[in-house]
Design a protein around this ligand. Sequence first.
Ligand SMILES: [Zn+2]
Length: 423
Amino acid sequence: MTKPHSSFYTAKKNPPVQYTKSYSKTYGTAWNAAANKEPKYTSDIRINHGKITPLTEKGKGVELSTEALDLAQNILCRTRPSKDVRTHAFVKEYIVPAVEQSKHVAYTRTDAYGNFEVVIKHDKAFPTTMFTAHVDTVLPATDKARYQEVMYDATAQMFFKTDGRCLGADDGTGIALMLHMIKSGTPGLYVFFHDEECGRIGSSAYMAEVKSHKKHAIHHVTKCVSFDRKGDTDIITMQSGRTCASDAFASALSTQLHDVSELKYTASPNGSYTDSYTFIDMIPECTNLSVGYKYQHGPSEEQHIPTFDAMIKALPFIDWEKLPAERDPKKPEPKASFGGYGGYAYDLGARSDDLYEYDYIDEYCELVPLEDMEAFASYDVKVDDMSAFITLYPNLVARVLVEMGHDIDDLEDAVRALFPKIK
Ligand SMILES: [Zn+2]
C-alpha cells in the first residue's frame, strides 16, 4: 500500500473541534461497549469523595491502608480531564495543601503553565533525581461531573469503576506515590504535570521554561523517574523506540526495589511515552515505573492495591541519589526500526512530523492473530465499514488517534478490554 503523503493529511485536516466531536463518539461506542460487559469484579465497597459504603458482607471486614483510601477518596473520586478547570482546582485544593504539610520541603513553585514543582534537598544540596506524575486523565470534555465513585473488590484487591468512565489511576496512583515520598522526605525534584494525556503539553512547557534558567534545580538532575506505567514489573528503558535509560540504571534500581520489597521489577523496552520522554535529550536516565494499574484510558481501568501498597512502602527506602547515570543524552541515536528489540518499536506521537516515514501500523497488524479476533465474526456493518476505511488509510487513522491522545498501549488495552480472549 502506498503511504499517504503528509500534505494530503494537512489538506484534508478538519478543524480541532471535529476531533472533539469524533472523540466523544469513539468514547461513546467502543468504550461503552466494554463498560456494558459482564462485570469482572464484585463491588464489595463503594467509595465516594466523602463516604465509604460496604456493599457486601466481605466488604464490611476490609481495612484499606491510609494511602489507598487517600488515593480513592481524594484523587480517583475527582474527575481530572486535560485542559480543564477541575484539574487545576484539584492541584490547588488537594496536592498543594498535602505538600505544604511536609516539613521536608525546601520550596514549591507553580510554573506559568500550572505545573507544580516541589524540591526536597539532599543534605542541603540539590537532588539529582526528578520524579513526575501527571494530573490529567482521559475524559471527554462533554462529561461535566466533578466527582465519581470508585469500587473495591476485596478478593481481587482491586479498585475499579462501573460507570463507563476511566478510573484515573493513570496517573492518580503516580500522584499518590509522589505525595507519600514528599511526606517521607525523600530527596527529589517533584513535578506534577498537566496535560500529559493530550501530548505531554505540560512537561514540554515546563522544559521550555526551565531550560534557560541556569540556576534551576533541573540542572542538577541526572535521573528522571515517571510513575506512569501499567503493570507491576517494568522499569522502562526505551520510550517510543528510543533508548531513554541505561541497563546499568535499570539493573541497579531493580536490585534496590527487590531488596526493600517483594516487587520484581526488570528493564523493559516496551514504553510508549510519558513525561520523562520530554527530558530525553537533557537528562541521562529517563524512565517510567509500573504502578499497578491496567487497561488505562477506558472504563475497564483497574488499580491493584497490593502493588500500590508495596510501592508506598518501598519508594522512600530507595537510595535514588546513588543510582548510576550512564546514558549520554547528547549522543544522537539512530532511529529504531520495527522489530528492533524482539518486540516492536514505534514512534507514535513523539515526533508527529516523522510519522509518515514509518509503516508501523501496517506491520504491527501482521503480528496480531486476526483470525482470533472476535471482531471479525461480528458481521457488524459499522465495524466492517470502519475496518475498510482503516485498511485504506492506516497511517491517516493512526495520525488521528495520536492527535486524540491515544498511543499503542491504550489501543492495545482497549482491544483487550473488548476482546479478552486475545493473548
Ligand atoms: Zn499516564
